[in-house]
Design a binder for this molecule. Structure first.
Ligand code: IFL
Length: 362
């Protein structure tokens, strides 16, 4: 469908909670499942064959791949509190953010970074550092400075973590781009300066942002007609403002996540996607209009690709052994992912990709 870039999790941490994916790459500090790393080798080769590139993220602020809270659980010996069960998202986010301050966590994270960045592909013998299929090393999926009440101290620690960790990646690999995986304003405690500061560091090469109009309660999937207009107003402001900031910073920016539910919040593959299609089209119109002017917006990824994966679980929750799809086990399977059977959405994606291609050929 003209997609030439994917954003993929490179490494996961084994977790006991239901909302985390299994199997995981790391079964404890230093204990890697080599077969999954060979899977990553294979992925790089298959992408190269298709002339595609990949952004590889190396950690996760959220629980669906173990991530930062699993690091902390291995360190303090306490089980991860799954926010899907406790509903305590602020407590979870604070725990996740404690990762930046833990010396042990940082030592172990660096070992993992080294393991991946310095890897030699076991199938074609190529060093990852030399592989142009990798577009960018990314610190984590949606790292945030803390929870909704992130303090000035936490923000400082967060910036320092980005600075030090991107510096470490640069010391290992001189060639690849490096990015944060930030959601933008919404993942920066709504602090524009923090977002700008996080992307003004010497080894951060471009800005990233994500947009989730339903997660952020701008859109109500059960009241689509009533909430669409105001949601899209906020959505379009969010899209534009980040491009404006990137223009000012003279750096490229990538919208690397956005999505919307199937109609009326259904997870059923047969449910219509009228609002999702409309949303994708509106987002693409904004991006294209700014791309045509040669502005900072450099690319996009939609979230997520479910492809040929299917679930037959009546409650749509993933269980070990089920197909893996773009929708992570932290969310109902089918929530945001685009299936290979979603013809109308795919048509819109294909058309937009054609327009970008044309623009790039000029
Ligand atoms: O699945 C979520 C993912 O963890 C993410 N951002 C939002 C997605 C949809 O809720 O990175």
């Amino acid at each position: 469908m003209g997609v030439n870039n994917l954003r993929v999790l490179a490494v996961s941490e084994k977790s006991d909670i239901n909302s985390a994916v299994k199997p995981a790459t790391t079964n404890g500090f230093g204990n890697y499942d080599e077969s999954l790393l060979i899977g990553l080798d294979y992925l790089l080769i298959e992408l190269a064959k298709r002339d595609m590139t990949v952004v590889l993220y190396l950690n996760n602020f959220w629980q669906w791949s173990g991530g930062m809270t699993q690091y902390m659980s291995w360190i303090d010996g306490k089980p991860v509190q799954d926010p899907n069960v406790t509903k305590d998202w602020n407590g979870f986010m604070a725990k996740s953010a404690s990762f930046y301050q833990s010396e042990k966590a940082q030592t172990e994270f660096r070992k993992t970074i080294d393991k991946i960045v310095s890897r030699i592909n076991t199938i074609n013998g190529k060093a990852y550092k030399e592989d142009a299929t990798i577009m960018s090393w990314q610190l984590a999926n949606e790292p945030r400075p803390g929870n909704d009440q992130a303090t000035a101290k936490e923000k400082k620690i967060y910036i320092n973590w980005i600075k030090e960790t991107t510096g470490y990646i640069r010391s290992l690999d001189a060639k690849h781009l490096i990015s944060t995986g930030s959601e933008g304003l919404w993942g920066s405690a709504r602090d524009q300066q923090l977002f700008v500061d996080a992307h003004s560091l010497p080894n951060v090469n471009y800005l990233t942002y994500h947009m989730w109009v339903r997660n952020w309660s701008w859109f109500d999937q059960y009241k689509p007609e009533e909430t669409w207009n105001s949601a899209w107003q906020k959505g379009q402001d969010y899209l534009h403002s980040h491009i404006d900031w990137a223009n000012k910073m003279n750096m490229p920016i990538v919208l690397e996540e956005f999505g919307l539910d199937r109609d009326l919040g259904s997870y059923d593959i047969k449910a219509k996607t009228q609002y999702r299609d409309k949303f994708y089209q509106h987002v693409f119109d904004v991006l294209l209009s700014r791309m045509q002017k040669g502005e900072a917006i450099a690319g996009y990824n939609f979230w997520a690709w479910n492809g040929t994966a299917r679930t037959d679980r009546p409650d749509y929750w993933w269980q070990e052994g089920d197909d893996l799809m773009g929708d992570p086990p932290q969310e109902q399977q089918g929530m945001y992912g685009v299936f290979d059977s979603d013809k109308s959405t795919i048509k819109i994606i294909r058309k937009f990709n054609k327009s970008i291609k044309k623009l790039n050929e000029k």
